[in-house]
Design a protein around this ligand. Sequence first.
Ligand SMILES: Cc1ncc(COP(=O)(O)O)c(C=O)c1O
Length: 361
Amino acid sequence: MQDYLENCGGSPGRAGHGKALAAARMVYEVRDALATLFNAPSPGRLIFTKNATEAINLLLFGFLNSGDHVIVSSMEHNAVMRPLRELETRGVRLSVAPCDGCGRLDPDTVRRSLRPDTRLILVLHASNITGTLLPIGEIAAVARAAGVRFAVDVAQTAGVCPIDMQAVGIDFLAFTGHKSLGGPQGTGGLALGADVDIRPLMFGGTGSASESEIQPDFLPDKLESGTLNAVGIAGLGAAVADLAQFGVANVLAHDQKLIGLFRDGLREIPGVEVYGPANPREAVGVLSLNIGDLPCEEVGVRLERDFGILTRTGLHCAPAAHRTLGTFGRGAVRFSVSRFSTEADIQSALAAVAQLARSRC
Ligand SMILES: Cc1ncc(COP(=O)(O)O)c(C=O)c1O
């Protein structure tokens, strides 16, 4: 990002001078790297947005019409639920397929929710509260058999799980850059399958076809109006290159091992309630808990103040998921690991939780 700001700074696609061309080349390379990472059909079908929320809005408002029926899981983030609740007021119909108390979704539950007017199934790949992985391969098969489009919110798994859009049969994939991809805030995107088309969320200048006042109909320009966040995209590109060196499959194994150690240790601490599946292989690297009757916000404050451990407390922008887990009333404390976390970090977290739990006895 520093290199881009100091040595380039050009606006991609907005001029013919060297700096603009260099910026356009850089943006194309990052698009290509992300399309390769997710095995999207082509770089042009990888649309940059400022986060996963914008990508999901682009998909939902651009694809759905009044009268269409959508199926989601009961673990979804408000990035999915809020646009859908808005779309319900415009005639879109919604079914929420219930997950179990650990956040797991049985594909048969999705199959049973299908209706003749179903047009889209949209699920997150992993919960942002329990890390629970949803069986996207099996749900894709349900969608395919019913002739319904399938969308996945990979905010929690991009950069953690190998994801092959074409092999799984994902028509829309929404990602954010600032989580496990390791990029900066303000980056994200929507990858489109080979044979899907959607309306733009925004209309405007694209640097292309400037003779026309009508939005271009070719990708990615059709869906990317306005100047891109080139500095953020430069950072995302560097992060994805770094991630490729480490290997995405290694991230999943690393995170699951650490969460397994954390879960094992937490089992030994009286008064701690841990949510999500007991088997760490069923989840990615986030874990939520409560300690006795301590309010989760107080736990979060004490973890930072007394131990220097930063967590996220409350309802995590996911009221539906907390209702599913039975924690809607009180929320929870979420810990997360990354490929930079170590076993020593887990031991520190366990010691901190043990001390807080003891202080309740
Ligand atoms: C599962 C899930 N979906 C969507 C989002 C929204 O991501 P963003 O803030 O990049 O829009 C998040 C962020 O926490 C998330 O965890």
